[in-house]
Design a protein around this ligand. Sequence first.
Ligand code: 13P
Length: 302
Amino acid sequence: MRTTGELMQAAWKAKTAIPGFNIPYLPMMEPVVRALRDTRCLGLIMVARLEWVKFESKSLRAIRDEYERVKDEGFTRLHLDHVPVIDEDNLRVDFERDLREAVELGYESVMVDGSRLSLDENIAATKAVVDMAHAKGVPVEAELGAVMGHEAGPMPPYEELFESGKGFTDPDEARRFVVETGVDWLSVAVGSVHGAISAAKRTEKKVEARLSIDQLDAIREAVNIPLVLHGGTGIRKSYVLDAIRHGIAKINVATAIRQPYEAHVEESVEKAQDAVYDTMLTVIREDLELEGTADLLDPLGG
Ligand code: 13P
């Protein structure tokens, strides 16, 4: 079985991407896995800390156990998404404890998010996680720059944010960050935003984001490792496809599959699962054009 690290390198070199799907409600996982298998798409099953704190994925262990029950290793791997050092409510998190627990539970790759820290502090926090995870053979993703949207307060108007380039990942900082931390993949800020997660705003339709492909090129040339695009829901399609050709090897999707689940779950869990499955097919086939990537990335797997 190819490791997640090997699969990400293969995706990056082939100029394709591995999509990651967030699981804020445990029953979402089964239709996500089934859709990946039915489209022969290799994808990551992901949980972020805020999904067991603010949604209903319960715990790292509960997600791992559900993964063991429904996984299909021809098409899926288990990834720990955002464990922030400072969370979306500005509170400090015992990130090292969560990350250590995930590695011990068998998560196959992990993300530490020090993006709300200064550069030096982000480097120190990320390096500590890389040392811990690499000792167990687990690859690490980190974030530099500000992919906004999870914070509770109001966001500045999107176009203003994009035009100003405020919060975009700086290529020189990225070069230093990657050399000093030894991180495997870097989440970059080049125009995407996360879907809102506060109770008041989580049903809102996301703005259609754009991406700066020039900024992405400059970052890729500076770091030369696989790059990750967060806020994968609702980005204008031509930008997503371009970004994949320009160094994005992993793209995170949460809002696109969470909202249909939440819209149907009061009718029944089965209806909500069907809605997730149908949306997954559209996301993989039409929005991301990633159908069949398992055959390319892991020909012996499926
Ligand atoms: P969206 O909610 O925009 O799909 O973003 C998901 C994400 O980046 C999770 O890390």
